[in-house]
Write a protein that binds this ligand. Structure first.
Ligand code: SF4
Length: 946
């Protein structure tokens, strides 16, 4: 251990294990600190203390500071490092939070692990310790574990092929990454021919998940379409059938069999079917089995089934659980492919360029972010960047854009890497597949690109179908922001720490060209004109957005306090005569003018290159194609700007969004077509033989009319569209109770928030049950959070809230792990949170989830309904809210053994006429609770029955 660490000059350091109360570096309390020292190859624990009170905490922190001096530290995460900074800061009561009380060099195990093992996400030190097989019986969250895991990670790095280590070193040139020191030390050590004696066995990479399952030539061969007999489907679900042999604890469910037979009939009769079935029915197997049968019986005639989900969770469940189960169960082979949009896959050609010449493609600070990709790319079978969780493509869109496959770029290239191109391979696999699993986003981007991705398919299953309209809106509309300009200009020319971009690559290639000095010099001057035009365009766009933000703030009286909007609207609707557009018209024109100059400069470059002899410059044709490609992108961008700044198409609603933060110019402009239904019907539903709409929440008060209207099914022949509802397999009467505390003030009352917070506090402290609270506004959620935080903290009950330090997935995981905790969430927490068991026994729905009527899109939809003679409140607001309400309620009971209580803190469900729509959408009768005592008694009685 000593020699390897001396190689990287890290003979002396401390490993620190911290325990704290939650996920907020400024608010958490520290409960335990353990410190182990590594020196001269020995590990010794030097501090191990609980912090029971503020006094002991301060004493421990002071001892910690005295112990560590200025020696390097290893901690679990960057949040722990920030937390230590914050703790020292709080101890010294310094108002300037940026004061560096911790000057030590700090290493973050989580980041190191996510760089070297980028396919796994380690949320806790325990998880890391388990993966690194920390000795059984030892405390996996100890300070010794921190040191040992750190050492194993260094060993993993030392085991990498030398060429990967030197590539990593090249990526880190000019970077301040602490990894640079390790890599340099290791490279020198290896170069000096030193043998490394490894102490630990090699860390195993998990087997990468496949994106192709099964065989392409399975199924049956016939030249006529074959119906699938219901009996062929039913037998899998019988007690002696295939599923009972493949699944442990399989139970036949009559509703699941009814559902699957109904779906099979829809395939046979070329019908669409609205299939509503609650959690626990087994919807996915109920559509997968008929879908796979249909595609296999008729595959020789080109039949395949596309299955689309809204969420990644469901997509993963289908592809990694249900489909492999069926591959083992069905008596014939079939092929299933998981297909994502092109931009999810790394382009090997771009990667080749970047590894060969990172300097002219990516900025130094971006190169460090590429390290996880460097360690991943040699092992991936799919090239799907979501596998490489250490990179986090969504958090690094600028860097990812430089690596992701792009349709236009791809067409523009005579690709030398097409043999190992991930996009080409998976698309070819998809053509041969019986079943192709996609998400709604891909489905609609395919729709707007004339089926360029999925080709001509006839059968579709839309799962989580209640989200279809919202996703379609996003893809059928238009969007413009400063980032769109940045995305384009940075590909052409970017000057940050260094100069990068196509124009710089062109300049470098020119120096090695075979052109005469005179031609080189003339072309260099054309490149300079291009870079100047690119900079000017970017500056004009920045100026436009600065002006837009200033004018919009003035116009809307919107203001920021910290990161919170305190007045006015964040989303503002506009039209062709909007005063904001008139005020910035000159700035728009100026940006346009600069864009035209850039266009001209790029045209000159491509025209000059066209006239060159073929051997004038290596890679000239490819560079010219790239210039033309970016010129086309500029054209498309300007068309979008024109469309959005005119704001004149009456079939669209236009709005802009104020920047999310103070001193930001990140305003965004949107346009969305108002009539999604007609577009969906004409471009998708009319062309399909069968479309299965699957969801737990399609109907409102037992009727599908609302959903059919929204997506265009109402205007199709009635015999083309079937409706089916499966009863829930849960015994809601015995498993759940729905209580409405009618003693709470009306939601509009100024006393409402405080009364809710008080009631939440009492319920939490007296029942001590896992509780999910669903809000409709951040403002109310924050207000309740601050009223509950201290009392719950004192009672040892973690209070978790959306938007505080952790992602939705991390928060849900934390909530699931705790025996008793409280989770606060808005919007996205109303659906998709799946926490069975005792971690979620109480569900609180605060206000009824009506959409905000002043929201531009909502307002425009409602106006349209009213203009057409409808009643927008009853025809739109109520049904939308009912569907969301049902989704929210669905979080409570997730299995047949779950028990729980739903509390509806909005007494409009019993006082208003429309309340009956909500109540009739629930599986059991809600009980009115006239007083707090009655409510508490009900809760006690319910939870006393086991
Ligand atoms: S074929 Fe296209 S996506 Fe694939 S590596 Fe080549 S350029 Fe990239």
């Amino acid at each position: 251990m000593k020699s390897l660490l001396s190689a990287i000059r890290l003979q002396h350091f401390y490993g620190i294990a911290l325990r704290r109360t939650g996920g907020d570096i400024w608010e958490d309390a520290i409960t335990h600190v353990a410190v182990a020292q590594f020196i001269d190859g020995k590990i010794t624990v030097v501090l191990d203390e609980a912090c029971a009170s503020d006094d002991t905490r301060e004493a421990v922190l002071r001892r910690l500071q005295d112990t560590i001096g200025d020696v390097p530290l290893v901690l679990f995460s960057s949040a722990d490092i920030d937390f230590l900074h914050a703790s020292f800061h709080a101890m010294y009561d310094n108002k300037d939070r940026a004061s560096p009380f911790l000057m030590n060099e700090c290493w973050d195990l989580q980041r190191l692990a996510s760089t070297l093992l980028p396919v796994i996400s380690f949320a806790t030190l325990e998880e890391l310790a388990v993966y690194f097989t920390f000795p059984e019986g030892e405390n996996p969250a100890s300070s010794e574990a921190v040191i040992l895991i750190f050492y194993q990670l260094i060993e993993s790095l030392a085991r990498m092929e030398p060429r990967i280590v030197s590539q990593a070193n090249r990526f880190l040139e000019h970077s301040k990454s602490p990894l640079k020191r390790i890599l340099r030390g290791l490279a020198d050590y290896i170069r000096d021919g030193k043998n490394i004696h490894f102490i630990f066995p090699e860390v195993q990479w998990p087997t990468p998940a496949p994106n192709v399952i099964g065989v392409a030539d399975g199924g049956f061969f016939s030249d006529t379409i074959h119906s699938v007999p219901d009996s062929d489907i039913r037998r899998f679900f019988s007690p002696q059938g295939g599923l009972s042999r493949s699944m442990e604890a399989y139970e036949e469910r009559a509703e699941q069999t009814r559902l699957t037979v109904a779906i099979n009939s829809a395939f046979n009769a070329s019908q669409h079917i609205l299939a509503e079935a609650g959690t626990g029915t087994g919807k996915s197997l109920a559509y997968l089995i008929p879908a796979i049968h249909w595609a296999s019986y008729n595959n020789a005639l080109g039949e395949q089934v596309v299955i689309s989900t809204h969420t990644k969770n469901l997509q993963d469940q289908l592809f990694y659980k249900d489909i492999p189960l069926l591959a083992r169960t069905l008596p014939f082979g079939f092929r299933a492919v998981l297909l994502k949009g092109r931009s999810n896959y790394i382009c090997m050609k771009k990667w080749t360029h970047i590894t060969a010449d990172a300097g002219s493609h990516v900025q130094p600070q971006e190169r460090e972010k590429l390290l996880p990709i460097l360690f991943w790319i040699h092992r991936t079978r799919t090239g799907d960047i979501s596998e490489c969780v250490g990179f986090q493509a969504e958090a690094n869109p600028g860097v990812w854009h430089k690596l992701a496959s792009e349709s236009a770029y791809c067409q523009a290239q005579r690709c030398s890497r097409s043999e190992d191109c991930f996009v080409r391979k998976i698309r070819e696999e998809a053509k041969q597949a019986h079943v192709v699993v996609v998400n709604h986003a891909l489905l609609f981007s395919d729709l707007v690109s004339d089926n360029a991705i999925l080709g001509d398919y006839h059968n579709l299953v839309l799962d989580e179908a209640h989200n279809v309209e919202k996703v379609a809106q996003n893809y059928l509309g238009a969007e413009f922001s400063l980032w769109a300009v940045r995305g384009l200009t940075s590909k052409l020319y970017e000057r940050d720490q260094t100069e990068t971009g196509v124009l710089i690559q062109l300049r470098q290639k020119l120096q090695k060209s075979r052109l005469s000095d005179a031609l080189q010099s003339a072309f260099l001057s054309q490149i300079q004109t291009g870079t100047d035009a690119c900079v000017q365009f970017w500056l004009a766009a920045q100026a436009l957005f600065q002006r837009l933000t200033t004018e919009a703030l003035r116009k809307t009286e919107f203001a920021m306090q910290g990161d919170k909007a305190v007045r006015g609207e964040r989303r503002v609707r506009y039209g062709p005569t909007d005063s904001l557009l008139l005020r910035v018209a000159d700035d728009v024109d100026l940006m346009h003018e600069k864009a035209v100059k850039l266009h001209q400069a790029l045209d000159v470059l491509s025209e000059t290159m066209r006239q060159w002899p073929t051997d004038a410059m290596d890679g000239a044709e490819e560079m010219r194609d790239l210039i033309i490609l970016r010129t086309d992108e500029l054209d498309a961008l300007l068309k979008t700007v024109d469309f959005l700044t005119e704001g004149a198409n009456k079939d669209y609603v236009y709005w802009y969004e104020m920047p999310p933060k103070e001193r930001s110019y990140d305003m965004r402009f949107y346009a969305v077509p108002l009539n999604i239904a007609d577009i969906l019907r004409n471009t998708l539903l009319e062309k399909l033989k069968t479309c299965v709409f699957s969801s737990a929440t399609l109907s409102v008060a037992g009727q599908f009319n609302y959903y059919k209207r929204r997506i265009g099914l109402d205007a199709m022949r009635s015999e083309k569209v079937q409706e089916f509802t499966a009863d829930s397999p849960f015994d809601y009467k015995n498993q759940s109770r729905i209580l409405v505390p009618t003693f709470l003030p009306e939601p509009q009352s100024p006393k409402y928030n405080d009364a809710c917070a008080e009631l939440l506090k009492r319920i939490t402290l007296e029942t001590r049950r896992g509780m999910l609270v669903l809000f409709t506004s951040y403002q109310m959620m924050n207000s309740c959070y601050y009223q509950l935080r201290d009392p719950l903290n004192a009672a040892g009950i973690p209070l978790l809230m959306q938007g505080r330090d952790a992602s939705r997935t991390q928060l849900t995981e934390h909530f699931r792990r705790e025996r008793v905790s409280v989770l606060f969430g808005t919007d996205s927490f109303w659906e998709g949170v799946d926490v069975p068991g005792s971690a979620l026994e109480i569900l609180v729905i605060t206000k009824l989830p009506f959409e905000v009527p002043s929201d531009p899109l909502v307002a425009a939809k409602m106006e349209r309904i009213d203009a057409q003679g409808g009643k927008s409140f009853f025809d739109y607001s109520v049904p939308e809210a009912v569907i969301k309400f049902r989704q929210g309620f669905g979080r409570l009971i997730r299995s047949r053994s779950d028990r729980g209580v739903a509390l509806v803190f909005d007494n409009r469900v019993v006082t208003k006429s429309y309340g009956s729509y909500f109540m009739r959408s629930l599986p059991v009768q809600a009980l009115r609770m006239p007083s707090e005592e009655v409510l508490m008694n009900n809760l006690t009685t319910f939870f006393s029955i086991t």
